[in-house]
Design a protein around this ligand. Sequence first.
Ligand SMILES: [Fe+2]
Ligand SMILES: [Fe+2]
Length: 283
Amino acid sequence: MFRRLVPFLLGLLVTVLAFAWLLFVPARYVELEVLLLILILVAAILVYANRRTYYRKLKFMDPDNELMRELEELAPGTYHHSLQIFALALHAARQFTEIDLLDLKLGCFLHDIGKLKRAEYFTENQFADKDKFDDKHLERSREIILSHSKDGIEMAKKYRVPKDIWQFIETHHGTSLTGFYYKLKEQEAALEEENYRYPGPKPKTLAAAILMLADSCEAAARSRQDQDFEQIIGEVLAEKENDGQLEEVSDLTVEKLEKIKESFLEVLNYIYHKRVKRADQNK
Ligand SMILES: [Fe+2]
Ligand SMILES: [Fe+2]
């Protein structure tokens, strides 16, 4: 919170000091006064821009905003997936004071907005007979799936999502292989890996890395029936590390990864826990 206010407070301080100078110091040098006026103007613009971005972010936090409602209506599976990774990522991120939680929350909500372009091509939005993933649509599916992070940036520009949030949209898959690749590999051994990798870039911040891991863990936990979440999380994290997806995050340590793992496990257990049956329900 304090970090977010620093530019605002600095701008305010410069403005107040410059006004005080103009009022109380005898005017001898016109050039100096002009310079001070320019300084006031620049500081005022910075304060305004900082506040404007902040209020814009708050607007996107409202679940009833235009973009989230569109996601809920056109891509309901993606919408609920986004809410679940919000819970996972936020619980993990609260342990690290260096993370801006507002940016991360928005990143979770909006990371998959690129799917809005062709929502029905993504498994979480496919219901019963509406599966678009078949041989006739193979090449088209591959292109659409791989381009959803780039499409997300187009959507972010269209809806004027603040630029701080773009990193989550473009890096949430890094240069990982698509799940699609593993599905096809079962039928065709000689697949060219490079054709099935997301375009990147890889995450560069701890917050973006947490979002990437939460995204993959949520998808894996949802698709697997075994519910051994400790194993699922361990496998996902090991795969991302071995594939070099986390190598550009300079402040990600083994201790931090352990903390992230533990908090993901807690949240997945809360989400998927089985309720204890009451005695009368057993009858
Ligand atoms: Fe995605
Ligand atoms: Fe996602």
